[in-house]
Design a protein around this ligand. Structure first.
Ligand code: 77P
Ligand code: MG
Length: 214
């Protein structure tokens, strides 16, 4: 059987990026997905917003739900301060396998722990399994109908503290309407929408940033 889209993306990184240079990995993926074949990375437009929110928060412990091929994992990990950690959760083993190689190619494997499995199962185990107290920053980019249940799970497991920041991808396209209702109507969050466009297209999409108020 032929290669998969994630495998072709990995090949493009190995061909066009410089080992140990995260920015070249990001650029190689963006070029491939813009000019060869589209893929569901957060992309360069929304990626700049992700970068600015991440830099502002400067998290010690971050969580990403939905690794896919590791593009946003590399974007986040490259900006972490020394000693800070990023945990990323991926359900799909084929995606996880490619992501591990892309994260390693960028030289960021020491900052990233990729956990395979479903977010609903893994979130309740994170405190005990990884000795995590809180997540200062959470990037939601997995199945859109899991955004609300997993946010509630993070709250109930005591994994959010006053000031923790949630940043959700795709709140317009494919859309996460229940999530927008949840965070915008809850007294426990201060939310703001960052308008942008769906990765590598002119279609509108955006990121919703929600600060947990405790
Ligand atoms: O597919 C799994 N996760 C990706 C979630 N992400 C998305 O679905 C996603 C989709 C789109 C998108 C937008 C327009 C369009 F026409 C088609 C797709 C964009 C994005 O930026 C995403 O993030 C998955 C698999 C699995 O087995 N288990 C758990 N999760
Ligand atoms: Mg996305």
């Amino acid at each position: 059987t032929g290669s998969s889209r994630p495998q072709r993306m990995l090949k493009a990184v190995q061909k066009n990026a410089t080992k140990g240079d995260p920015q070249s990995v990001i650029s190689a993926i963006d070029h491939y997905c813009r000019h060869k074949e589209w893929a569901m990375n957060v992309g360069d437009d929304k990626g700049l917003i992700l970068d600015s929110v991440l830099t502002e928060v400067n998290p010690s412990t971050a969580l990403e739900l939905g690794t896919y091929c590791g593009y946003s994992t590399v974007r986040i990990a490259r900006l972490l301060s020394p000693g800070s950690k990023l945990f990323t959760v991926e359900f799909n083993p084929a995606f996880a396998e490619v992501a591990r190689q892309i994260i390693a190619y960028a030289g960021l494997q020491d900052k990233v722990t990729l956990v395979e499995g479903s977010s609903g199962d893994l979130i309740p185990k994170m405190k005990e399994q990884f000795g995590i107290k809180y997540f200062d920053f959470v990037f939601l980019d997995h199945w859109k109908d899991r955004y609300v249940p997993d946010t509630k799970l993070l709250e109930d497991c005591g994994l959010l503290k006053k000031g923790s920041v949630l940043l959700a991808d795709n709140v317009i396209c494919p859309g996460a309407p229940e999530y927008l209702k949840y965070v915008r109507n809850s007294p426990r969050y201060e939310s703001r929408y960052y308008k942008s466009n769906l990765e590598y297209t002119k279609v509108e999409d955006g990121l919703e940033k929600s600060v947990f108020l405790g």
